[in-house]
Design a protein around this ligand. Structure first.
Ligand code: ADE
Length: 233
């Protein structure tokens, strides 16, 4: 087993890089791949950069050069579900690209042409393990399984937020998860996305976003460490 752990931003991976034993650092496509051991599990930790292209490229490099067996995406997200407040956690059951639109040719909103469904399904064993760990590590925080919707947009208006809920039944919005899901699926790799809520995706409390982002990202990284400790297949 070797888990590829991807965060888009420095705040999402720095705690992991500090905690792991680093054996080598390889730079490819402007990304630094930290290969080593985290809680006795072989891992490769990498900051992909923001957005779907960066994230998909990152998965492909992990698959081609590092021979990973599992993909995990950690970071922050905007809440689309009234049950998820700032600091709460969403574990992916599935992921959808909300900005993929080929509906004119009969595809469902979000469906990538050439696929049977718009849903990229997360590995149930990874998702169950993540859910259990998150619940145990911080019982005060709400952790639910649900739908991650991703697109190359920071969602910050009530109107767009409502559309993502209506069209995709999304629980959280971010900018990488579903492209990581697609790239992992194309490579036959199991994946899960774990996201901590940093904002309400409606433009409210924008001033506080940097503070919440940092706290949520660090919180999520802690969950990933605990996940790695307990997840063995
Ligand atoms: N990441 C964190 N919050 C987000 C939002 N509101 N939209 C997209 N990505 C995010």
């Amino acid at each position: 087993m070797k888990i590829g752990i991807i965060g888009a931003m420095e705040s999402e991976v720095s705690a992991l890089k500090e905690t792991m034993q680093v054996n080598s650092v390889t730079t490819k496509a402007g990304m630094d791949f930290y290969e080593g051991v985290l809680e006795q599990t072989p891992v490769v930790v990498v900051q992909s950069g923001i957005g779907k292209v960066n994230a998909a490229m990152c998965v492909q490099i992990l698959a081609d050069l590092f021979d990973i067996t599992h993909v995990m995406n950690t970071g922050v997200a905007g809440s689309l579900n009234a049950k998820l407040n700032i600091g709460d956690i969403l574990v992916s059951e599935k992921a959808i690209q909300h900005d993929m639109d080929v509906t004119i040719f009969g595809y469902a909103p979000g469906q990538v042409p050439g696929t049977k469904s718009r849903d990229f399904i997360a590995d149930p064993a990874m998702a169950d393990a993540a859910l259990t760990v998150c619940g145990q590590v911080n019982p005060d925080v709400t952790t639910i399984k649900g739908c991650v919707v991703s697109g190359d947009q920071f969602i910050s208006s009530a109107e767009v937020k409502d559309r993502l809920i209506r069209e995709f039944h999304g629980d959280c919005a971010e900018m990488e998860g579903a492209s990581i899901a697609q790239a992992a699926t194309l490579n036959g790799l199991p994946f899960v996305v774990i996201r901590a809520i940093s904002d309400k995706a409606d433009g409210s409390a924008e001033m506080d976003y940097p503070t919440f982002e940092k706290q949520a990202a660090e919180h999520c990284a802690k969950m990933v460490v605990e996940f790695v400790k307990t997840f063995h297949e």
